[in-house]
Design a protein around this ligand. Structure first.
Ligand code: C2E
Ligand code: CA
Ligand code: CA
Ligand code: CA
Length: 275
């Protein structure tokens, strides 16, 4: 593999050996990057649909590579998960996110993504506690985002961990809702605080009636179950208006802001919605 100008690893060779070698190179680079503290956390605002105010920021990992510049998570999270490096990486993101959020207004929460692999780590709960303690962040200002794939693996142990986390005040969101196989049944297996409606449904909101019907169903479900709904990937005024009309609770997307460095949080809080 070779890094191209945009900092992505291009798999231009074919065959298993080339792929395996590319993976090993990336794994080695990831280890070095952890040692050299090359990971940053970017933040994307999540707004209350009715009031317009920023209610949370989602923490999104970025690899600030010394030579290749900023690398997006899709280029390294999969290999980090395969190699187990997502455990130390996830802990770095969690610690930085809690530390940053402790400096924000009290009404603003931080949402951190958790990989299924992190649930195999017996220290997950204690590392969340440690991040909260070190930062002084109140647990009710931390939201942990999981996908239903987390619940597919060893679900009893996973549910126990989720209940323990929730037991000390952390909120749990179901991410990428609607993209998996049996999302609805997961809503019965755990009392989620939030459902994040996947971007794929929001994108086609104005042009596809089936997407509209699905968003309507999920927001209705949220209302009857008392679960907050957040629409992901909101890019246009039309999408936002439709979401407001359906009573979706929160919205996140380029319409408001892309993810930005921690230093830009104050600016993102100040700026009125661009509508
Ligand atoms: P996600 O959790 O679904 O995060 C939302 C992704 O959608 C982010 O991509 C965000 O930049 C992008 N996005 C937000 N608004 C819009 C929009 O209006 N239009 C479009 N086209 N995209 C939008 P990003 O930052 O590249 O992250 C990709 C994925 O990588 C995340 O998807 C998440 O699954 C994973 N990820 C990122 N950071 C972490 C992390 O710290 N830990 C773990 N385990 N996974 C992470
Ligand atoms: Ca997420
Ligand atoms: Ca998502
Ligand atoms: Ca996603």
């Amino acid at each position: 593999a070779k890094a191209d100008g945009r900092g992505t690893y291009r798999f231009f060779e074919t065959g298993m050996d080339a792929r395996a070698q590319a993976r090993r190179l990336l794994e080695r680079d990831l280890r070095l990057a952890l040692e050299h503290d090359e990971f940053e956390v970017y933040y994307q605002p999540i707004r209350d649909v009715a009031g317009g105010q920023v209610v949370a920021f989602e923490a999104l990992a970025r690899w600030n590579h010394s030579l290749r510049g900023l690398i997006a998570p899709n280029n390294f999270i999969p290999v980090a998960e395969e190699t187990g490096l997502i455990v130390p990486l996830g802990e770095i993101v969690l610690r930085k996110a809690c530390a940053d959020a402790a400096g924000w207004p009290e009404a603003v929460a931080v949402a951190v993504n958790l990989s299924p692999v992190q649930f195999k780590n017996p220290n997950l709960v204690s590392s969340v506690k440690a991040a909260l303690q070190a930062s002084g962040l109140s647990p009710d200002r931390l939201e942990l985002e999981i996908t239903e794939s987390v619940l597919l693996q060893n679900s009893e142990a996973t549910l126990a961990v989720l209940h323990e986390l929730r037991g000390f005040g952390v909120r749990i969101s179901l991410d990428d809702f609607g993209t998996g196989y049996s999302s609805l049944s997961y809503l019965r297996s755990f009392p989620f605080d939030k459902i994040k409606i996947d971007r794929s449904f929001v994108t086609d909101l104005a042009t596809r009636e089936d997407s509209m019907a699905i968003v309507r169903a999920v927001t209705g479900l949220g209302k009857s179950l008392g679960i907050v709904t957040t629409a992901e990937g909101v890019e246009t005024d039309t999408q936002f208006d439709l979401l407001r009309q359906e009573g979706c609770t929160q919205a996140q997307g380029y319409l408001f802001s892309p993810p930005r460095p921690a230093a830009d949080v104050a600016k993102m809080l100040r700026r009125a919605p661009e509508r």
